[in-house]
Design a protein around this ligand. Structure first.
Ligand code: NAD
Length: 733
């Protein structure tokens, strides 16, 4: 056979081996060409009497990441074209047939009459794992790198190539739904225990064992095609089914607030599919898949969380002319809350860390945080003792700045005080080489101002982490007025090395993320002052798609910190720069009641030693008269909480602090969890159209105040009928 993406050979036992190894790619991806070749392989195996069965494996270090999402994006564009030219019905027919090609191919493989086995090593996700599920037998390598799973839900899709149907026939319905909802990557032994794989073997034995299974008479009939097949949870309409489905519906609502059509489609596909024979069940799944693929949520999530995030991770903003940075040894000055986290992620990425604080004892305390984090990983079975020893050996705690000699990059995370920072900058620069880049993790001080204390302002940059550093995936890189391209390249290389996503922003108060977060929290405070019951505010935040309500979020970052920032802003910019209502609430909590947030177990919530947090009953008195909950427009609360952030993002963009819509969108989802189904803050505006968004802002402005006033740049965009993404594409062209 003349194949490009597979090597195909048959051994003396008549067992074929199809080794997937697409040329010029580091990872196998399902494309139309791959599908066409797999189709020919199935035909050949089925037709050739000398071939007993076939093993599918990969020639690369991983199996495959699944379908090419840009191919699916292309289908959407083709649909729109056909709908324009030949009408909706024809476009829909085309779309349905095209979007189920993979389903039909896998079903053909499953029913071709010859046994297929998948021998999987490395990552095997999405459409690739659906291929493995369609094979009659699955063997996974016991390697640390091997992971299987169906993560489609994370980009607003669901497994539409048979995944929902096969998984629901392999395990209890509740477990299947959980797996499909979470989209987690599953380790080999766990996968076998869940019933997703038949066996786990050493990497170099998986192919032989798969062949042995075929040689031993492995069946070419999938369990669900056997006449007496019964799904593990039995029938949908049964006492057991009635124990599963009503709670499943409730869990779906609790987890998604009905914001994610793909999650609902999973429920529907499994519920309806389990009542049908496989071919019909697959057709039901395909119908839902075609609908979800065309949903605005999937389009927005694929663009931001797959395409844009991938581009940013690969260095979309990196100055191309500058060669790769050598980052072997990194200095971290300040071993407090943030510095300790920065030291951990840096050492985890394999770099040496010199961790400096005012004394070696303080630095050692910072290092102890790494010990705690790896120990937690060991407890969870995700790391070995040897990993801990190696990681800790890479961190050198010290009180001596001279130890920074030989560092390739230094990041400071000392107290948020310009005087302390200036002293630290001078001491660090005296210790490091003339070429070394210096970064500050300041969250509020302008980089341009801090750089005045530096002898080399072009090598001075902001690398702004979010807390907790080890969990948060976003890093803001702040360009001061004098920051040079070499500093930018080094900062981006560093962020890439620690496997986080960077956005590059210009220097301005609050940078990008904190300005939007501030707008969200402010809106919560003002609602409270209006008399909206606190519980409604919190629920509105979560139902709008935010991970936590605004009051809860304020407790996490510290109520005292919010008051401190507000006071600093007032001192610098005058009384008009802050909202007096917010100041009254924050001062009342912090100064009047000593309520600082989660840190002292007293904030907007009470945090009892045992049991869950509870809203503080005293909030009602602090805020003023309470509105009748029945009279509150709940839909408007949700809208205000998102619009407040989006209009602030539009302002930040209009001011040129963020210059690329991709960065605003990705940054908003990764940095503060902005309703992911919207695709991010600017996609949210694009989704409804700038014109409608401006009208909405004006309505909210008239009712609730000037903070909703749309910026001129947004009004101009609305007047021309433009879009954030339209504009970016034009710029790029
Ligand atoms: P922290 O008080 O926990 O830690 C500061 C550390 O710096 C302390 O260990 C202190 O001993 C050390 N230090 C002070 N002066 C020093 C000196 N001259 N030399 C060496 N070490 C010195 O503070 P933090 O919360 O980790 O914040 C540190 C920086 O990170 C600040 O600029 C802050 O704005 C920024 N930041 C904080 C957060 C957050 O959520 N806490 C988020 C992003 C950025």
């Amino acid at each position: 056979m003349d194949l490009t993406h597979f090597r195909f050979e048959t051994d003396s036992d008549g067992i074929a081996l199809a080794t997937w190894d697409s040329p010029g790619r580091s990872m196998n991806v399902i494309t139309p060409e791959v599908m066409a070749e797999l189709d020919r392989i199935v035909d050949t195996v089925a037709a050739d009497a000398a071939i007993k069965g076939c093993v599918i494996t990969s020639g690369k270090d991983s199996f495959s990441g699944g379908a090419d999402l840009t191919m699916l994006q292309g289908l959407g564009a083709e649909y729109a074209r056909l709908a324009r030219e030949r009408g909706e019905e024809e476009a829909m027919r085309f779309f349905f047939e095209e979007s189920r090609r993979l389903t039909l191919l896998y079903r053909k493989l499953e029913t071709c009459g010859k046994p297929f086995a998948a021998a999987v090593h490395g990552t095997c996700l999405g459409g690739a794992f659906e291929l493995a599920l369609a094979c009659h037998h699955r063997i996974l390598s016991d390697d640390d790198k091997t992971r299987v799973g169906l993560p489609e839900i994370k980009v607003g899709l669901f497994p539409g190539a048979g995944g929902t149907q096969r998984v629901a026939r392999l395990m209890q319905t509740g477990d299947a739904l959980q797996m499909l909802f979470k989209g987690e990557q599953i380790r080999p032994l766990m996968a076998r225990n869940m019933g997703l794989a038949h066996a786990v073997a050493k990497r170099d034995e998986i192919v032989d064992q798969a062949k042995a299974w075929i040689k031993g008479g492995g069946s070419a009939v999938a369990p669900w095609d056997q006449p007496k097949f019964k799904a593990p949870s039995g029938k949908v309409y049964s006492p057991a089914g009635m124990m599963t489905w009503p709670p499943a519906n409730a869990i779906y609502r609790r987890e998604t607030h009905d914001n994610y059509p793909a999650a609902k489609a999973i429920l529907q596909s499994v519920y309806e599919g389990l009542q049908l024979p496989m071919d019909l069940a697959l057709k039901v799944e395909s119908r839902y898949f075609a609908r979800i693929l065309r949903s605005p949520e999937a389009a927005a999530m694929i663009r931001s969380l797959f395409v844009s995030m991938g581009e940013l991770n690969k260095g979309a903003r990196r100055p191309a002319a500058i060669g790769p940075s050598s980052l072997k040894r990194v200095g971290v000055v300040g071993a407090g809350f943030m510095g300790a986290g920065i030291a951990y992620v840096t050492a985890l990425a394999g770099m040496e860390v010199v961790l400096v604080d005012q004394s070696v004892e303080a630095a050692e305390k910072g290092k102890a945080y790494s010990h705690k984090l790896v120990s937690d990983q060991i407890m969870k079975g995700r790391a070995k003792t040897a990993d801990r020893d190696a990681l800790l050996a890479r961190i050198t705690p010290t009180g001596d700045y001279a130890a920074l000699a030989g560092c390739d990059l230094v990041i400071e995370a000392v107290f948020e005080d310009p005087k302390v920072k200036a002293e630290v900058i001078a001491k660090v620069e005296a210790a490091i080489g003339p070429e070394v880049i210096f970064a500050s993790n300041t969250s509020t001080l302008p980089i341009t101002g801090l750089a005045k204390a530096s002898q080399r302002p072009d090598q001075f940059i902001g690398i702004h982490f979010f807390s907790p550093v080890e969990k948060m995936l976003l890093v803001e890189i702040i360009m001061g007025k004098a920051t040079g391209e070499r500093a930018l390249a080094a900062a981006l290389d560093y962020v890439r090395a620690i496997k986080k996503t960077p956005i590059v922003v210009n220097d301005a108060r609050g940078f990008f993320a904190n300005r939007c977060v501030g707008a969200y929290i402010l809106e919560g405070h003002l609602m409270l002052a209006e008399g909206v019951p606190a519980v409604m505010i919190e629920n509105a935040g979560r139902q709008a798609g935010m991970p936590v309500g605004p009051l809860s979020l304020n407790d996490e970052v510290g109520v005292d910190l919010a008051l401190k920032i507000l006071k600093a802003t007032k001192a610098q910019l005058g009384d008009a720069a802050v909202n007096p209502v917010q100041e009254r609430i924050l001062a009342g909590l912090v100064e009047g009641e000593g309520r600082l947030g989660r840190k002292n177990r007293k904030g907007f919530y009470d945090y009892p030693e045992a049991g869950p947090k509870r809203l503080w009953p005293g909030l009602a008195d602090l805020a003023g008269p309470r509105l009748d909950p029945e009279a509150v427009d709940f839909a408007e609360l949700k809208q205000r909480l998102l619009v407040a952030q989006a209009v602030e993002a539009a302002r930040v963009y209009g001011e040129g602090v963020v210059t690329d819509p991709r960065e605003a969108d990705v940054g908003s989802i990764l940095g503060f969890g902005f309703a992911p189904f919207t695709g991010g803050v600017l996609s949210y505006i694009d989704g409804m159209g700038a014109r409608r968004f401006v009208e909405l802002c004006r309505r909210l402005e008239a009712k609730h105040g000037a903070r909703f006033a749309p910026p001129d740049s947004l009004i101009a965009l609305a007047e021309t009928g433009g879009r954030f993404y339209g504009r970016a594409e034009k710029q790029a062209a």
